[in-house]
Design a protein around this ligand. Structure first.
Ligand SMILES: [Zn+2]
Ligand SMILES: [Zn+2]
Length: 550
């Protein structure tokens, strides 16, 4: 078994289990880019190691409907030749939605499974177990193989007082533990945090108090997949006679899917899209649920804060509730939005001062409870950056696991099991590179595009157009220089002159040597300019020579 993503980052989750020749894949997720990734859309798992073995893939199993677990399906299912997919009802509805957007649904084999149902797929039996997380219908997946049971927890926490949903299937986890589990692959996201994760019930109570006491309108911003939280907000709104307006495309889509499948229970007519006419209602009868809790510039909350939302302007005395936490890297953007809302006269409530958000990932005690129930022979900490997985390894060692039972691997590294249930890291490794999705661009070329953007953004671009006679190949006048983000006013004239001289000289040298290949000319020009910029400015711009015959 080996991860193809998700072991060096939070995101891009993909774990592969091979049983003899058969292949089982758990999750096909995306990873949102870091700030230094220059505007790319996202990254997806590298499945090149499965090339040529597509017919051996027996199933893709999805733990839950978050994008870091299903977000790459529309790119990867076709490449994997559409193997059968399995997941719980809401999860598969979100998978279907992603495929629909690319018109791929008719080719996909989507199977909905019930919790605790055992499904035979090839040589194994697969079973989905209920866990609590921050989206309904989240599952851990047990794979009963001839060499033992492997349990993948998916994203989970143990919420003893969840809202609108049953708690995790403690009993079944314990039963699996009794029967014996060979290996557990378990969520490490919050393994650095001591204690227990906070319950959704506490959040609901805080929200209730704020909604009850609000004098003006209430605007709540939260994640559109936090459907049980949204259900609570809807119920509090109903209780205090507020009509609900929805802002943001992902919020609209997700609530529609959830309502159709019965995961969000709302009387007809209570929820409406924001639009003209909503200002006719008294402020005390209005509740708005919006996206944008991460400070995203294009999303509802940021636009409300900037006063550029088409239908919602802050009235003095409106209560704005951020039922969320900024994800690492988004803190500045969120703070900006909060400041703007304050300036407009809103009363802003955040998780800083009140219990308005809780994680979907277990803290140390949640993780230890899982390990106490399951008592797997081997532990493979997953879902997270190396420091999170190391922390997870440390806490399981604190309850008696030995070094040879805890396996810290990175993407592409392989853990093999022998007939005795012993495990070892293989010497070979699967190829795992960054596969980038940027607009509709081909996935494979992503790295080059990203590298180019990095060079351009930090060092600028220089385009040099050479006009040459088609017969003699001699230059027609000076090359033309187009520079962007590279030269400052005072140095411009001097450097432009020197650049022209440098690349003219390089061109003529190649020509006099009898060179004919245009690419050789380009290489010579680029090389001479790199040396020049390195010496002169200590910079490394992107150099693009273009040769035009006239
Ligand atoms: Zn998740
Ligand atoms: Zn996740």
């Amino acid at each position: 078994m080996y991860p193809l993503g998700g072991f060096e980052q939070v995101g891009r989750n993909c774990f592969v289990i091979e049983v003899d020749e058969d292949i089982y894949i758990i999750d096909l997720g995306l990873q949102f880019p870091d700030e230094d990734m220059m505007g790319i859309d996202y990254l997806i798992p590298d499945i090149s190691s499965l090339k040529g073995r597509e017919h051996k893939i027996k199933a893709v199993l999805f733990t839950h409907g978050h994008l870091d677990h299903i977000g790459a399906v529309q790119h990867l299912l076709p490449q994997l030749h559409f193997p059968p997919c399995f997941g719980t009802r809401l999860t598969m509805a979100f998978v279907r939605k992603r495929l629909e957007e690319e018109h791929l649904t008719s080719k996909a084999q989507l199977n909905v499974v019930e919790f605790r149902q055992r499904i035979r797929i090839g040589k194994v039996e697969v079973e989905f177990l209920r866990v609590t997380h921050s989206i309904p219908d989240s599952a851990a997946i047990a794979i009963h193989t001839p060499s033992g049971t492997v349990l993948h927890t998916g994203d989970f926490k143990f919420d003893l007082t969840p809202m609108n949903e049953p708690p995790a299937d403690f009993h079944r986890f314990a039963e699996l533990g009794d029967a014996g589990v060979l290996a557990i692959i378990a969520d490490s996201t919050n393994a650095t945090k001591p204690g227990n994760s906070k319950s959704e019930k506490e959040i609901s109570e805080t929200l209730h108090g704020l909604i009850r006491d609000a004098k003006g309108r209430v605007i709540v911003s939260t994640f559109s997949s936090l459907l049980n939280r949204i259900q609570q907000i809807v119920e509090h709104a109903r209780k205090y006679n507020r009509k609900i307006y929805i802002s943001g495309r992902s919020m609209e889509t997700n609530l529609e899917i959830a309502q159709n499948l019965g995961y969000l229970k709302v009387p007809r007519g209570l929820i409406r899209k924001v639009g003209p006419g909503m200002e006719k209602l008294p402020d005390k009868e209005v509740m708005i649920i919006t996206t944008g809790s991460q400070g995203e510039e294009a999303a509802g909350l940021a636009r409300i804060g900037l006063g550029t939302h088409r239908h919602i302007a802050i009235n003095k005395g409106d209560t704005v509730i951020l039922s969320s936490n900024p994800i690492i890297g988004n803190e500045r953007a969120v703070a900006k939005v909060i400041n703007n809302l304050h300036l407009l006269g809103a009363i802003v409530k955040t998780n800083q001062e009140l219990a308005l958000h809780t994680t979907g990932h277990g803290y140390q005690n949640d993780l230890l409870l899982m390990h106490r129930l399951v008592r797997a022979k081997h532990v493979i900490p997953e879902h997270g950056e190396p420091h999170m997985r190391v922390a997870h390894g440390d806490i399981v060692k604190s309850i008696g696991y030995q070094d040879n039972q805890v396996h810290l691997i990175v993407n592409g590294e392989i853990i093999e099991f022998d007939g005795n249930g012993d495990a070892r890291k293989s010497k070979s490794k699967m190829t795992v590179r960054d596969v980038i999705i940027d607009g509709r661009g081909a996935a494979g070329e992503g790295q080059r595009v990203l590298d180019d953007r990095k060079i351009m953004s930090s060092n600028g671009v220089l385009i040099i157009v050479f006009r040459i006679y088609s017969e003699s190949k001699r230059l027609v006048g000076d090359p033309e220089i187009i520079a962007r983000g590279l030269l400052y006013g005072s140095e411009q004239t001097e450097i432009t002159r020197e650049v022209i001289d440098t690349c003219r000289k390089a061109y003529d040298e190649e020509l006099n040597r009898g060179e004919k290949d245009p690419n050789a000319f380009k290489r010579a020009i680029t090389g001479s300019l790199y040396r020049y910029f390195d010496r002169k400015l200590d910079r490394e711009p992107m150099v693009m020579p273009i040769i035009v015959e006239v």
